[in-house]
Write a protein that binds this ligand. Structure first.
Ligand code: CO
Length: 466
């Protein structure tokens, strides 16, 4: 038996613990060692890394990827992609999604983990097709399911989703438990059910330690036949991050399960990152709160981030006395919306609407624009039927939700070339243009700064020559 590891320190672990503020220069020196560690893959790009590079770290995300590629020639590099939303929350047109995937592969990505917040698989189809079109024989398209708990999210429903991902042509399937609320026995039921249905297709479990469940859940997952688990080098593990790579490695050794990991290398990786972590604790970037365990999400059945957001909103409005009422309102709002997975941005939409309903004292007297757009179908299809009265109120009598795929086919012009024109001379490569499409303001600032820096260097050189 064999269970392999995806190391997340370069992406999710530092995104979860320190808001993705880890610059490339902090870890360049350890990449050759990581390359020898025998991971199934290293998650190093996508998610919030791209935005953080441009917004906070003054790094070109594409250049970062190329450098990681160069320093880890033997390891599969993995990214997280939000389907038709790429790295944000906006629905991009097909030409942009296709180009983004093409450039990601060209710059070094081997595994694209592709998901949609609502598990509306129409939103991951274009990215899948582009992966197949531009990928080589080692490129992996991983179909990813946003895991959530609700009366409609049964094992049977997840099994059906997996069958659909398999028939769409994905190479592997990943269960993504972003809130860390999957319990050991839920994992067992799910993994056994899915394995029975999809046969040999590799199955991956991504979870977080947030609620303290993750090690138990991974243990059950391993006993139930999981193929790959996501872990983080131990000093960047636990809290809101993933379980520790080395701990799982030693446990698996006793199971007699092969991992392919190089014991010395994974320990060297941890030794390397310890002072890096300390630096960010010392300067306040890494908040010790994110390193603890908080089981509240299990009590209230909502993700930790959603709870803290609600508490912040209610505190702002001096209405913490309404906390219990707002909490009780969440399941009702969620049911009205057809049980969306509680992930960004849906978790905020559901939470804010619940707070509004309670504060106004009348349900749906005020409806946020985001919730209206959700009912209009702009985020995709809800997992279960929505409240019809509410739908009628928002869409008007006889109104129908839009099909974003139809909208896509009706449009004229190419978004990529429009952006190219807008950016003008600042955009020197397709990668520059793509950065601009994803994060217009941050990319423009970054590219302008790049230009200014070059001019400054140029003038220094001139002085020196004089
Ligand atoms: Co995650």
């Amino acid at each position: 038996m064999r269970v392999q590891f995806t190391e997340t320190v370069l992406r999710d672990a530092n995104q979860s613990l320190m808001a993705t503020r880890l610059p490339y220069s902090d870890y360049e020196a350890i990449l050759p060692t990581m390359d020898k560690a025998g991971y199934y893959s290293v998650e190093c790009w996508g998610g919030a890394t791209f935005d953080s590079c441009l917004r906070y770290l003054n790094e070109d995300p594409w250049e970062r990827l190329r450098k990681i590629r160069k320093n880890m020639p033997n390891t599969r590099l993995q990214m997280l992609l939000r389907g038709q939303n790429l790295l944000g929350y906006k629905h991009y047109h097909d030409d942009v999604v296709e180009k983004f995937v093409q450039l990601s592969i060209k710059n070094g990505i081997d595994i694209l983990r592709i998901f949609d917040a609502l598990n509306d698989f129409r939103n991951i189809k274009t990215a899948l097709e582009a992966t197949k079109k531009y990928g080589g024989k080692n490129t992996v398209a991983s179909g990813c399911i946003s895991y959530t708990q609700s009366p409609v999210h049964t094992v049977q429903k997840y099994v059906e989703m997996c069958k659909e991902l398999q028939s769409m042509g994905f190479d592997t399937i990943c269960l993504k438990d972003m809130a860390g609320t999957m319990s050991p026995y839920e994992a067992e039921g799910l993994i056994k059910g899915i394995k029975d249905a999809v046969g040999d297709m590799p199955l991956i479990l991504h979870t977080h330690c947030t609620t303290g469940m993750a090690y138990m859940t991974l243990t059950k997952a391993i006993e139930s036949g999981i193929d790959v688990i996501d872990t983080a080098t131990s000093c960047f593990s636990n809290g809101t991050s993933q379980p520790a790579t080395e701990s799982m490695f030693y446990a698996l050794q006793q199971y007699g399960i092969e991992t392919g990991l190089n014991e010395r290398a994974i320990n060297e990786v941890n030794d390397f990152f310890k002072p890096v972590k300390q630096k960010y604790i010392d300067n306040g970037t890494l908040n010790p709160k994110s390193m603890g365990t908080d089981a509240q999400a299990l009590v209230y059945k909502v993700p930790g981030g959603m709870l803290s957001n609600m508490i912040a909103n209610l505190t702002d409005m001096d209405a913490m006395d309404k906390f219990d009422a707002a909490l009780a309102e969440i399941p009702a709002v969620r049911a009205d919306m057809g049980y969306p997975p509680l992930v960004t941005p849906l978790s905020q939409m559901v939470g804010n609407q619940a707070v509004t309903n309670v504060l106004v004292g009348e349900r749906y007297k005020n409806i946020s624009n985001e919730v209206k757009n959700y009912f209009r179908g702009e985020y995709g299809i809800a997992p279960a039927p929505v409240n019809k009265d509410l739908e009628r109120e928002i869409l008007g009598e006889g109104g129908k939700p839009i099909d974003c795929r139809i909208e896509d086919s009706k449009r004229t012009g190419e978004d990529f070339s429009n952006a190219e024109q807008e950016l003008g001379a600042l955009g020197r490569t397709e990668e520059d243009i793509m950065s601009y499409i994803c994060f217009p303001k941050q990319a423009k600032d970054f590219l302008e700064k790049r230009k200014a820096d070059e001019e400054r260097i140029c003038s220094y050189t001139m002085e020196a020559v004089d």
